[in-house]
Design a protein around this ligand. Sequence first.
Ligand SMILES: CC(C)(COP(=O)(O)OP(=O)(O)OC[C@H]1O[C@@H](n2cnc3c(N)ncnc32)[C@H](O)[C@@H]1OP(=O)(O)O)[C@@H](O)C(=O)NCCC(=O)NCCS
Length: 396
Amino acid sequence: MADELTFRSAEDSDWLAMGLVAATGFGVERPDETNAVWRSMTPADGAVVACDGDDVVGVAVFYDLTLTVPGGAVLPMAGVSWVAVAPTHRRRGALSGMFAELHRRMAAYPVAGLEASEAAIYGRFGYGPATVWESLELDRAQARFHPEVPDPGGVRVVRPTDHRAQLEDIYERWRLQTPGGLRTPTRLWDEILADRESSRQGGTPFYCLLHPDGFAMYRVRGDDEHKDVSITKFAAVTPLAEIALWRVLAGLDLKKTVSIDTHPRNLLQYLLTDPRLVRTVNVGDGLWLRMLDIPAVLQARTYASDLAVVLDISDPVLDGGGRFALDIREGRARCAPTEKPADVQASLSVLGSLYLGAHRASSFAAAHRLTGDPSAIRALDDAFASDVPAELGFPF
Ligand SMILES: CC(C)(COP(=O)(O)OP(=O)(O)OC[C@H]1O[C@@H](n2cnc3c(N)ncnc32)[C@H](O)[C@@H]1OP(=O)(O)O)[C@@H](O)C(=O)NCCC(=O)NCCS
């Protein structure tokens, strides 16, 4: 049945039909202005469609993004998004055909990333979950800070649009020190600060707390019985800024809870005399990574310890694997294809999961998804650890 479908670059005249396929797939109609912002981040040839005759029945695009890796280097990243197939044409190879097309167009990118609507779809294409979201909820009213925790102050209540330059500057500093951080283009800041009704999901317009080294943007949701402070954007460049912001957030009278999507090593639980007031209400995957140029990507980050290992990486669907010698000395890596025998075998998806330090080689070894010499596996655990927890910069 798949050969009934054809795959090609999207043309200007396709974008209305692509919008309909995407809206039908996700059950959400995005405003034209919002679609235009994301389209402006799509490089020429970065959008493909699947067609049945003249009808567009599938869409997949990638955005031109910039990813921070451990140590602070940044890599061009093809950010795959807006992947949808018409419900009339599911499971006929539309996604596979579009992905084959899309990945052929990524020659300028050493790495591709995406967020997955469902976690069972993208492993086969060499993507692995590389950051972890933890959704925390703080029961605010009883929160008390340990006496040793400072009260740095310096937080102001501001309107975000009046302080755009400071917000941009703080976010920029944060994303350059955070693995998984993404550069935010000007038009995307315009879109965030436009604060459209369609992006509020029943919440209030933005409130904003601003410190010289951090900010928290949030909406209030719920009724008089249970008002929740729902943080949509939080960036703290220093622990003191993070503490200062949490002191104000915990003091928001008349609100019952404060919720945030964050990384698994968030500071909040360590600040409070009763850490059980911070509940983990959900854990999920964030950014998924697929390496397109394995040596370039492995050489871009810094490492926590020395290592010499030959990796055998499989990628059956898109054929990007092979055997690679990885030598790490004093934090820097050299990596090249090799014919030497492998010490460790894993899929490209698993390598993507290890890259930002959010998952450990030994966990995959215990699951039999990474095999090889036990001492090499322990050394991978040590070398790939990241002292700054990985966190996706923004959803795309
Ligand atoms: C997810 C979606 C894009 C899949 O498209 P599709 O054209 O049906 O996928 P394909 O026929 O090319 O399937 C490719 C492979 O992925 C598998 N697959 C597809 N969707 C899957 C899913 N939701 N869960 C698990 N496996 C899935 C197929 O079984 C097939 O496996 P096989 O090669 O072993 O047979 C489509 O169902 C869709 O549009 N869903 C709604 C929107 C959405 O979730 N988009 C993803 C955004 S991240």
